[in-house]
Every structure is written in structure tokens, then in C-alpha cells.
Design a protein around this ligand. Structure first.
Ligand SMILES: C[S@@+](CC[C@H](N)C(=O)[O-])C[C@H]1O[C@@H](n2cnc3c(N)ncnc32)[C@H](O)[C@@H]1O
Length: 218
């Protein structure tokens, strides 16, 4: 794997997103090993993109069944191809789920409140903070009583950048001229969560100044 950082490009099948995923997937696996249930269960991924994460995690949790989703249906062939190549038989076919469109949440197979966990990696820095409302509502509908939502990425904390490098990353995103690009604030995610009966339970420091945010029912 090359350590050279490709140019910023949020397209889910870009070299940049693959580079970021190659760096964060092992630390994320460590968190999931700590948090995922040891009993059988269903796990949903939001904004799966290329499918590299779900395909990396699934073999480590054979007792769990994974459901990848994305707004962009062009990525589905890639997700399925990785599952076939890697022989992962505990990953469902990806389904169309747009966090801004509750109709699409019904595409997810499974009863309400039947998901032990939902995870979502690297969406907020390239999406409007308003998607938090849909994400929290969707999570509150789909999670079991003890279930949790893990959101991974770089964030501001109570209006402040936790490091100079996160401030610099925010400036790079903001200078691209796309209104919704930039680091979002954990406090705003928590406000959205509380409207749906969820709250931030844990903020785990991750490498490269990222965070794993764990939300669960109040
Ligand atoms: C930067 S990519 C990250 C993909 C993947 N999670 C990863 O880390 O490799 C952001 C992803 O968010 C998805 N996305 C953006 N807006 C969305 C929405 N409203 N609902 C669901 N997915 C969305 C995009 O289609 C894209 O796959």
C-alpha cells in the first residue's frame, strides 16, 4: 500500500477515499471488536461507498449479518464484487438508503428495532449537518433497545478544532467552494440525536485526529 496521499476527492470509489479507508479500517476494527455483540445479530452500514469497510469487518464477525447501503446505487457492483472475491457470505446485497429520504429506509430488510449496530464512516465532512436528523431518526427506528450507532470521522468539539491539523483539513474542505464541505460539530450531532431519544455515550479518540462517536438510546 502506498503512503502517498492522493488529492482530496470525496467520490466513494476515488483513490483518496480508498487511501483514507486503508488507514482507518484497522483501528475501526479494534473498536468494533470491543463493541459488537457476541450473540447473533444484524448490523447496518450507512453510506457504505466502495464496500471496503463492510468487507474488511465481516470475516471477523461470522455470527453477525451485515447490510451495506448507500444513496449512490452506482457503488453497489463494487460492494458485491468485493464480497464475492473475498468469499464473505454474511453480507447482504446493498440497498438504496438516502438519509434525507425516509421512504428509502423501508428498503432495509428486517423488522424495526432489529439492528444491534449501525455504523457510518466519513460522511459528515462532505455532507450537510442536516443529514444528522435523518441518520438519528433512522437509527432510532432500526436499533434494538441496547443497540448503538457508531459515527466515525473528523469533527469539531463544542465549536473548537481539537487540533491544528483538523483546522487545516477543514480549511482545505471549505476552500473547495462546496457549501456543505467542512468539519461538523459533535454538539450538533448530539442535538439531533436527543430529538430522537438517542444521546452521545462515548467519544473515542482515533488515529489522525478522528473520532468514533457512539450514540445509543437515552
Ligand atoms: C466520502 S464517501 C465515504 C464512503 C465510505 N463510508 C468510506 O469511508 O469509504 C461518502 C459516502 O456518503 C454517501 N452519501 C452521501 N450523502 C448521503 C445520503 N444523504 N444518504 C446516504 N448516503 C449518502 C455517498 O454516496 C458516499 O458513498
Amino acid at each position: 500500500m502506498s503512503n502517498d496521499k492522493p488529492a482530496l476527492d470525496p467520490h466513494p470509489l476515488s483513490e483518496y477515499v480508498a487511501w483514507a479507508g486503508n488507514r482507518n479500517r484497522e483501528p475501526l476494527l479494534g473498536v468494533l471488536k470491543d463493541k459488537f455483540p457476541t450473540d447473533e445479530g444484524q448490523v447496518l452500514e450507512l453510506a457504505s461507498g466502495s464496500g471496503m469497510h463492510v468487507n474488511y469487518f465481516a470475516p471477523h464477525f461470522e455470527h453477525l449479518h451485515f447490510h451495506p447501503t448507500d444513496r449512490d446505487q452506482d457503488v453497489f457492483d463494487n460492494i458485491k464484487q468485493l464480497s464475492v472475491e473475498q468469499g464473505n457470505d454474511n453480507i447482504a446485497d446493498p440497498v438504496h438508503l438516502d438519509l434525507t429520504d425516509p421512504e428509502t429506509w423501508l428498503n432495509v430488510k428486517g423488522e424495526p428495532h432489529s439492528f444491534a449496530s449501525i455504523f457510518c464512516i466519513n460522511i459528515f465532512q462532505v455532507a450537510p449537518v442536516s443529514i444528522a436528523d435523518g441518520m438519528m431518526e433512522c437509527a432510532s427506528k432500526l436499533l434494538t433497545k441496547e443497540g448503538f450507532l457508531l459515527i466515525y470521522g473528523p469533527f469539531k468539539i463544542e465549536g473548537t478544532f481539537s487540533t491544528k491539523s483538523n483546522q487545516a483539513f477543514h480549511n482545505t474542505l471549505a476552500s473547495a467552494g462546496v457549501d456543505e464541505w467542512g468539519l461538523k460539530d459533535v454538539a450538533d450531532l448530539n442535538t439531533a440525536a436527543q430529538k430522537q431519544g438517542l444521546e452521545l455515550k462515548e467519544k473515542i479518540d482515533m488515529p489522525s485526529n478522528n473520532f468514533s462517536l457512539i450514540f445509543a438510546k437515552i
